[in-house]
Design a protein around this ligand. Structure first.
Ligand code: GCB
Length: 613
């Protein structure tokens, strides 16, 4: 398995943008809890229109000559063959999408080349990696003209080893980021959000010993039953990269009385179980985190981890044995107030502030993994999360290399966040067409998610069946593969009038918990009218009143997430004056102003009136 799970490739042969997924090199977990050297800040940039001949040759292979070499033209003496100069080029802030920073790049989809220098001192017995939190969509990295890695996928982290390519003193790193859409990408060419390009999350240098902890998982042991009174056992694994069999690993959680030493197997993996005295379990009411320190040889990483038990019982969702009802909202990674991609503490605080105003205990992070700050905040704050990979609507489900790519993204998401107590669901997709090819693809993916992490619940947001009849029966066979069913519908907006919801009787072909994962309507802030005047705050509020009335009558509903917390940019929303490039289904405007619908949702959540745990 380990061999399939990451899209980082070693330097070497040139590769085409088809990017067949290659063996995993490294993906370091818990980088935000390690000592690192930040490479955030200004990076020089050059823009390349498609077909981007500096990056790709005629066959679509990546070139190592050209901009990647970072040469400077000798303007005064000439002749010179290279007609670019990173050192004299303007800068973009990293992290940051390019669209929000340079007006000429606002709608740009293509290649932007980033360049900056960094200082490096080789240290015997150590290795240094360039860690990129996320860059959308394809990234190619060179250090001093040597290609060190590439990565596909706009929302998950990757690490490129710089040790061999760097030398003492000043070094230069060049990253080409290509945001061009392709049919066989994930997501594919069309989607309802903004294609923010660039290095959108933190970049840093991480120096670790030769043998180092790159992956770990510490969780409450997941037995067949959960008993409130039972003694607690923790279990999991620590992986030490390039360790020989028998390498010692120590897991210490002083506050829980854990101090355990185990040894790695031939694959560098050390599994463990440990009794934990009087453990306080993580829950929204008490989001207790423990300081967990993991050590092997001279490497040590300390994380903060919460422990809780999660399972379903019939149509109930049980957290630490107690039924929960999820009151949440859908959240895109759109920065409140300033716009652009979420990547600062302030952005995250603003988003969670809105969730708190709503009395939410849950958020669906749609439709892709968000900045890791989100999960960290939720862990401390006691908000439960749904985390999703960007399999949005139409994906090339018939292609096996697309399946391989989806598995890589799934593993990258799980690997980064499996130690976050707040994350309760892994979602494999959103609103995919119901046909056998897609069902097989997503069933396999759901099983892969469950096999990789049996401690969480697997879900997906479904769409259909037609809601024109009053009897609505969901029979999508994908439900068989899920622990929790997500159901999207837009009665009162895309279909029918708000009141029609009152007559609908929903049944589901499986006896599992259901979350209404999307519903809502568009309203421009400050636009007022009657309950049926579209685009008004009143109509949006009316939709929610009737949606909640409908949901109250469905016995297996265990959660609701209105679409969407805040208005967000989308390339496809182009009605002047009403949308102006924004999807307006927010309970808040992009400036965090509350619409009337906010109050409807807040009241229902405060009174816990929508459903029973
Ligand atoms: C959906 C999609 C979501 C869209 C939303 C809308 O069904 O899942 O990504 O943004 O509807 O507003 O149309």
């Amino acid at each position: 398995l380990f061999l399939r799970v990451c899209s980082i490739v070693a330097l070497g042969a040139s590769f085409s943008i088809g990017l067949a997924q290659q063996p995993l090199r490294t993906l370091i977990v818990g980088v935000d809890h390690r000592q690192t050297t930040s490479l955030n800040g200004p990076w020089h940039y050059l823009i390349e229109q498609p077909p981007a001949r500096e990056l790709y040759d005629d066959q679509g292979n990546v070139r190592d000559s050209g901009y990647a070499q970072n040469t400077r033209p000798n303007i005064s003496t000439g002749p010179h063959n290279s007609e670019y100069d990173f050192y004299a080029a303007p800068t973009l802030k990293v992290p940051g999408d390019w669209n929000s920073q340079d007006p000429t790049l606002f709608r740009f989809e293509g290649v932007v080349w980033y360049q900056r220098e960094f200082q490096f001192q080789p240290k015997p017995g150590s290795r240094t990696f360039l860690h990129v939190g996320a860059a959308n969509y394809r990234s190619f990295v060179w250090v001093n003209g040597k290609r060190i890695c590439q990565h596909e996928g706009g929302f998950t982290p990757f690490d490129c080893e710089v040790t061999a390519a760097a030398h003492a003193g000043t070094n230069a790193v060049v990253i080409a980021v290509d945001s061009t859409r392709h049919k066989d990408d994930i997501p594919t060419v069309s989607y309802d959000w903004f294609n923010y390009g660039g290095i959108t999350r933190d970049v840093s240098l991480v120096t670790v010993p030769d043998h180092f902890i790159d992956d770990y998982d510490v969780h409450l042991q997941h037995g067949n039953v959960f008993s409130e009174k039972a003694a607690r056992t923790l279990s999991g694994y620590v992986h030490v990269q390039d360790a020989t069999a028998g390498t010692s690993v120590t897991i210490r959680i002083p506050e829980a009385g854990v101090n355990k030493t185990v040894t790695t197997d031939a694959n560098g993996r050390a599994e463990f179980t440990a009794d934990a005295s009087s453990l306080t379990l993580w829950s929204p009411a008490s989001p207790k985190l423990y300081r967990v320190s993991l050590a092997s040889g001279s490497d040590e990483v300390a994380d903060e981890i919460g422990f809780r038990d999660l399972r379903v019982d019939g149509t109930k969702i049980l957290l630490n044995g107690k039924p929960v009802f999820l009151q949440g909202a859908n959240v895109h990674a759109e920065a409140p107030l300033r716009g652009g991609r979420v990547n600062t503490d302030e952005d995250v605080k603003n988003l969670f502030g809105m969730l708190h105003d709503l009395h939410a205990n849950f958020a669906r992070l749609c439709h892709y993994p968000h900045d890791e700050r989100m999960e960290r905040y939720a862990d401390r704050d006691g908000i439960m999360l749904w985390s999703e990979i960007p399999l949005w609507q139409r994906i090339s489900f018939d292609k096996s290399d697309v399946y391989d790519k989806a598995v890589v993204m799934l593993h990258e998401m799980i690997r980064r966040d499996r130690n976050k107590a707040s994350v309760i669901f892994w979602s494999v997709s959103n609103e995919t067409p119901n046909n056998p090819t897609r069902t097989k693809f997503l069933t396999d993916l759901a099983n892969e998610a469950r096999r990789t992490d049996p401690t969480r619940l697997i879900t997906s947001a479904l769409i259909g069946p037609k809601v024109s009849e009053d009897q609505i029966r969901q029979e999508d066979p994908l439900m068989q593969a899920l622990d929790v069913v997500g159901q999207n519908e837009y009665i009162g907006w895309y279909e029918g009038q708000p009141e029609e919801a009152d007559r609908k009787v929903w049944t589901f072909a499986v006896n599992k918990p259901v979350i209404f994962s999307e519903f809502g309507a568009e309203a421009k802030i400050g636009n007022h009218g009657g309950d049926h005047d579209r685009w008004t705050e009143e109509q949006e509020a009316n939709v929610y009143e009737h949606q909640f009335a409908m949901m109250r009558k469905i016995p297996q509903v265990r959660g609701v997430t209105p679409w969407v917390l805040m208005d967000f940019r989308s390339t496809t929303r182009n009605i002047p004056k009403l949308q102006d490039g924004y999807n307006r289904k927010g309970l808040f405007s992009e400036k965090m102003e509350k619409k009337k619908a906010f109050e409807v949702v807040r009241k229902a959540y405060e009174g816990h009136t929508i459903g029973k745990a």
